[in-house]
Design a protein around this ligand. Structure first.
Ligand code: NIG
Ligand code: FE
Length: 408
């Protein structure tokens, strides 16, 4: 057993919004005791070693919304964005999701895996120890399975835990152009059963948005997923108000994500149904949008709010969750405690892992981050640099002085 002690530990325990001057014990990768300093003598006696850290400790970050596995990059869209073209205009001009679909189809399993592992290392260096990872840049059976298999392998080979999501309803692929109903049928009757059979996804997500999938179409996808036993997520009200949050509540989704254009009714419905809101401030920032999800209002109305990167090549090409945290503070006006809760315990709820990760509490995985910051405010205040000094995953040191140190 090892005991770690620090003057500032943000445990993320429900209801505790300040850091404690405390300690926690770790045995076989699991937290076995947590408390305020001083460390009780009998516990100290049993410890192999007591390690004291300067700075601030938080639970490992959980990035609850990413599109991690994809081919290529889309910096070619930057000039169009600067010229004022909208996300949907770029999408309709053959850019956007479908251009990444082309690259992902062309990229081999091995190359996709190599690329995803590199992104994962970058995430880990910035404090992320659990990542939700959506497919949805393959769309056809073979490429979706290829991407989900990559997720499975990197989950086994890399210290970061992957929560896999099937997101065939990300766009209608070219082979189903003009036949969205056919594509929905294909997903429900062919792809989803195969994904389920192979155990390749915990969740099914859909992009409910004007010109992408209507509320009625999304509902069909969600119902098909539910019937097969998947948990549900939905990309809701990202660009225009669309009753996506209302649909998430109605269908019993675990989370609704984006929500920049959520309605008042949608907020109320989510609070009532216990749907976690996953907000993606770096996406608003990157889309050069003045509109951010009404995070404060949601919290006031009793919605559990998580913050994630939305890491993807088109609307949020950053692996760094701290980027989303800065924007959550300076654009959404969330407090550091609200933000840290949003990337830890609330994010764990968004991926249904709240029993095992997301806080420094007895019985949870010893996933934690040591920050080069004198208090929790400073983590968010120190802008534009990586504040992480060390990362522990299941009790093992995996990042030291901003470099990965796990065995490859
Ligand atoms: O979450 N909203 C849908 N999908 C991504 C964007 C994907 C892309 O542009 O490639 C998102 O923002
Ligand atoms: Fe997304």
């Amino acid at each position: 057993m090892i005991i770690y002690s620090c003057k500032n530990i943000f445990t993320a325990k429900e209801g505790v919004d300040t850091a404690i001057d405390g300690y926690f014990a770790v045995e076989d990768g699991i937290i076995t005791a947590v408390g305020e300093n001083p460390i009780p003598a009998d516990l100290k006696e049993k410890a192999e070693k007591v390690e004291h850290f300067e700075g601030t400790i938080c639970p490992g970050f959980i990035d609850a919304h990413t599109h991690l596995v994809h081919g290529g990059a889309r910096e070619n869209e930057l000039q169009m964005k600067l010229a004022g073209k909208s996300y949907i205009e770029i999408h309709n001009a053959g850019g956007g999701i479908n251009s990444t679909v082309r690259s992902t189809r062309e990229t081999s399993h091995a190359d996709l895996k190599k690329k995803a592992l590199k992104h994962l290392d970058t995430m880990l260096i910035h404090g992320t120890t659990t990542v939700e990872s959506k497919s949805g840049y393959g769309l056809d059976m073979d490429t979706e399975i290829k991407c989900l298999e990559v997720n499975k392998e990197i989950n086994e080979e890399h210290p970061v835990d992957i929560v896999p999501t099937y997101m065939g309803a990300h766009a209608t692929p070219p082979e189903f152009k003009g036949n969205k109903d056919g594509y929905i049928k294909y997903m429900i009757e062919e792809v989803m059963p195969e994904v389920k059979k192979r155990g390749l996804a915990d969740f099914v997500d859909s992009f409910c948005e004007d010109e992408i999938f209507s509320v009625e179409e999304t509902e069909r996808v969600m119902q098909g997923a539910k019937d097969l036993g998947f948990n549900l997520k939905v990309h809701a009200d990202e660009i225009v108000p669309f009753n996506g949050a209302e649909l998430a509540a109605k269908m019993g989704a675990v989370s609704a994500e984006h929500l920049m254009a959520v309605s008042d009714q949608g907020i109320k419905d989510m609070a009532k149904a216990g749907v976690t809101a996953v907000l993606l401030p770096s996406t608003s920032f990157f889309l050069m949008s003045p509109i951010y999800a009404p995070a404060k209002k949601m919290i006031e109305e009793g919605v559990r709010v998580a913050i994630a990167t939305d890491f993807n090549p088109g609307s949020s090409p950053t692996e760094n969750l701290q980027m989303s945290m800065w924007v959550a503070c300076f654009k959404m006006k969330l407090t550091p405690a609200q933000i840290l809760r949003g990337v830890t315990l609330n994010a764990a709820h968004a991926v249904k892992r709240e029993k095992t990760v997301g806080s420094i509490e007895v019985g949870k995985q010893a996933d934690f981050v040591v920050f080069d910051a004198k208090n929790i405010d400073f983590i968010v205040y120190h802008l534009g640099v990586n504040s992480v000094s060390k990362v522990f995953k299941n009790g093992e040191l995996v990042v030291d002085e901003r470099r990965v140190v796990y065995k490859k």
